[in-house]
Design a protein around this ligand. Sequence first.
Ligand code: AMP
Length: 187
Amino acid sequence: MHVILLGPPGAGTGTQGTILAQRLGVPKITTGDLLRDAIQKDNLLGRDAKRFMDRGELVPDKIILSLIKQQLVSPEAAKGIVMDSFPRTVRQAEAVNVMLMEQGERLKRVLLLDVPEEELVRRLLSRSAAEGRGDDTSELIQRRLHAYRESTAPLVGYYREMGILTIVSGTGTEEEITKRIEEVLGT
Ligand code: AMP
C-alpha cells in the first residue's frame, strides 16, 4: 500500500508515519531525515541541501528527486511505502506518480494531517527546545510555514482532484490520531 502523509511542519507526519509503516510492514521515506543524513556525511548533496534548509526554504526538486529515486524503486518498496514530508511540491508529486506508474503501482491514499497554526508553532518551539534542532527557531519556523503555504499546500488541491485525499484531524493524543488514520485506510 502506497500512502502519503501530508501536513505542515509540526503536524506529526513523522510520528504517525513511523507507526503506520510498522503496522503495514513497509518502509517509510522521510526526505527530511535523508537530507540530515547527507549533511552529517558531508557529501556533495548534503552540502547543497544545507544552504536551503538553513534558510527555512525547500530544497530544490532536482536534489530531492535524485535522493528518493533509488528508494522508490527498491525491492523493499514493492509492497508499499509510507511517504512522510515528501512530496512537498507539485513537481515532486508528479514525479512520484510517474515512478509508481512505471512499476505498475499507484497511490492508495493521501492523508492530510490538519493542525491549527498556533498549535504547530507551539509544537515546533517545544521540539526545538527538546531536540536542539537548528531549523526550529522562531524565525525559521515562520519561513518553513511560509514555504509550506506557498509550495506544499497546493498539493491538497492536486490530490483532491485525483480523488485520493482525506483530511484527518492531527490534534489529540498520538493514539487518537493513529486510530483516525487506521479508520481511513481500513487497516
Ligand atoms: P522536515 O524534517 O520534514 O521538517 O524538513 C526539514 C527541511 O528539509 C525542510 O525545511 C526543507 O528545507 C527540507 N526538506 C525536507 N523534505 C523536503 C522535500 N520533500 N522537498 C524539499 N525540501 C525538503
